[in-house]
Ligand binder design. Structure first.
Ligand SMILES: [Zn+2]
Length: 362
């Protein structure tokens, strides 16, 4: 069973509705991306399908649902065009793996799972037609069945009206669970016909609980960069090597000091990374600094007082807002240079001295 960090009471409420046979046939669960919407949606689906309706965890239905393989648990989600059937079925194996690894999957993480390009994720008309077709058949088990549709906000306009039909006309023993991260983008007619459930957002303490097996500095760093999006933090934590935040931290410290031999050393080790890793590193670091500076500028207390790897608070308070902008620009220019195939060492050395100036506010 998946653990809920901040929405167990919501799930209990849903469970009570099932017990009293009061659960609406169409449910709209909203949460921020990478938070608990999908986890609640899956837990609700499992409970509806469970042979005892208690989410016992031991019956055949619970076991099938836990591996996302229950024959009466249908998934729908946005995907990119270009595969055989033009429906979400093409991506179902990918979806099972992605969700199996990360129950807090967020739309960006999902996109990175299925495409390396900047393609738009969509739920096309054909997919909604496919859902209609699936739900027109009787349930494989003869019992309840569930459609879990993630990201209804990505449904094309014409398809939205087809979904509306599904939501408006309940089918016997069929439950629809919509999990959205942008409720405002849904057709008001769809929203008004669903029972609304709102997840509470995640906080830093939930990140610390989730990453309790990691060093505390890492857990705090992940919370600081990604909170409340736990899904993004989970993806990044699996990939800490390529995030290379330590390497970045060293680079920043060296640039701050501005000692030429140290700069030359750090540039040498950075240029040993592959270009893709380097680009990811700079890109993520920009995001990281942005968050740090945001906290600094807003003067909100950042609970991570000593991050070991990089003391964001210290760094951001040392830099005036104008300097923060300058640093951001230097990193952007550096990314641009790397994309244009400028010699890596040259680009990094140039950026390092620019950064030193930016840190000093000139
Ligand atoms: Zn069960």
């Amino acid at each position: 069973m998946s653990q809920l960090y901040n929405n167990q009471p919501l799930l209990d409420q849903l469970a009570t509705a099932i017990d009293r046979e009061k659960l609406h046939h169409a449910n709209l669960i909203s949460s921020g991306p990478g938070e608990e919407g999908l986890v609640v949606g899956l837990a609700l689906a499992t409970r509806i399908l469970c042979d005892t309706q208690k989410h016992c965890g031991t019956c055949k239905s619970c076991k099938q649902a836990s591996t996302l393989q229950h024959p009466d648990l249908h998934f729908s989600f946005p995907f990119v065009s270009g595969r055989a059937s033009g429906t979400a079925d093409d991506f179902l194996p990918d979806f099972r793996i992605a969700l199996g690894k990360n129950k807090h999957l967020d739309p960006d993480g999902w996109q990175q799972n299925i495409t390396s390009k900047n393609q738009q994720l969509q739920i096309p008309v054909k997919e909604i037609q496919n859902i209609h077709k699936k739900l027109s058949l009787t349930a494989a088990s003869g019992k309840n069945r569930v459609l879990l549709l993630w990201l209804p906000e990505q449904i094309k306009t014409q398809a939205s009206n087809k979904l509306l039909k599904l939501v408006e006309e309940p089918l016997p023993k069929t439950y629809i669970i919509l999990v959205t991260h942008q409720k405002a983008r849904l057709l008001p007619t769809i929203v008004s016909r669903c029972a609304p459930w709102r997840c509470k957002p995640l906080e830093e303490r939930h990140f610390l609980t989730h990453f309790k097996d990691q060093p505390e500095t890492t857990a705090r760093l992940l919370a600081m960069v990604f909170a409340p999006n736990l899904g993004a933090a989970i993806s990044a934590s699996e990939d800490l090597e390529s995030t290379q935040i330590d390497v970045f931290a060293r680079w920043m410290r060296v640039c701050f000091k501005g000692e030429p031999t140290e700069i030359s050393d750090v540039v040498s080790s950075l240029s040993g990374l592959t270009k893709e890793t380097l680009k990811t590193l700079i890109f993520r670091s920009q995001h990281f600094l942005e968050r740090g500076f945001y906290h600094g500028v807003q003067n909100t207390p950042v609970q991570a007082s000593d991050l070991g790897a990089i003391n964001v608070q210290k760094l951001s308070s040392a830099v005036r807002p104008a300097g923060a902008m300058a640093i951001y620009r230097v990193l952007s220019a550096c990314l641009y240079d790397l994309e244009r195939n400028i010699h890596v060492k040259t680009a990094l050395t140039f950026a390092s001295f620019k950064l030193h100036k930016a840190f000093r506010g000139n």
